[in-house]
Ligand binder design. Structure first.
Ligand code: SF4
Length: 187
């Protein structure tokens, strides 16, 4: 019974959020799935900005994601660049126009209003609860966590205040550690 209620609550919230953005996305001729890919690319790090990572994050087929990326590119929202070392790998970056579109829709007005009427503690508790549910879904189903460096097993804090990725052997800046990563492994 609880499972049913949880699913109904998540789907209702999701439907309300989708309906808020639908009109704005229609102005750009975008489908929600294409906007989801754009939002992912705004928040992912340099190891995770490939079509393959977008596919894994969204849990969709390669063909669907490839088509979505083509549309984002044709609208000037996403730019493609070949990897410097491996020309077979393509990196995707979000244009200024794409970033402005995401900033205009995220966070949603519906959630901003909730935030204005709630205490910081209540908002934090809600975020913790939703985060915990997401982690459980990912854990038990074997999905990648797509978390930030701060909670990653591979992250090492250097004495000079910088961070270091033990997997890629590269330094991470303060902005880097706020981005989500396809290689993230929960501590
Ligand atoms: S520390 Fe973890 S999350 Fe951060 S870049 Fe390395 S693998 Fe990715």
């Amino acid at each position: 019974m609880n499972i049913l209620i949880i699913q109904q609550l998540i789907e209702r919230l999701s439907s309300l959020l989708r309906s808020e953005s639908r009109h704005r996305l229609a102005e750009f001729g975008l489908q929600p799935i294409q906007f989801d890919a754009l939002c992912y690319l705004v928040s992912c790090n340099r190891y995770s900005d490939t079509p393959k990572a977008v596919t894994e994050f969204l849990g969709l087929t390669k063909g669907t994601v490839s088509q979505s990326i083509k549309i984002l590119e044709s609208k000037g929202l996403v730019l493609k660049t070949a990897d410097k070392l491996d020309k077979r790998v393509t990196h995707l970056s979000v244009s200024e126009q794409g970033k402005k579109l995401v900033e205009s829709l995220i966070p949603a007005e519906l959630l901003k209003l909730v935030s204005e009427h709630s205490s910081k503690d209540d908002m934090r508790a809600t975020a913790d609860l939703l985060g915990s549910l997401l982690r459980q879904v990912q854990d038990v189903n074997g999905f990648k966590s797509f978390g930030q460096c701060q909670t990653c097993h591979h992250n090492h804090t250097k004495g000079d205040g910088h961070y270091y990725c033990g997997l890629t052997k590269e330094r991470l800046s303060n902005p880097d550690i706020l981005l989500i990563c396809v290689e993230h492994k929960m501590q």
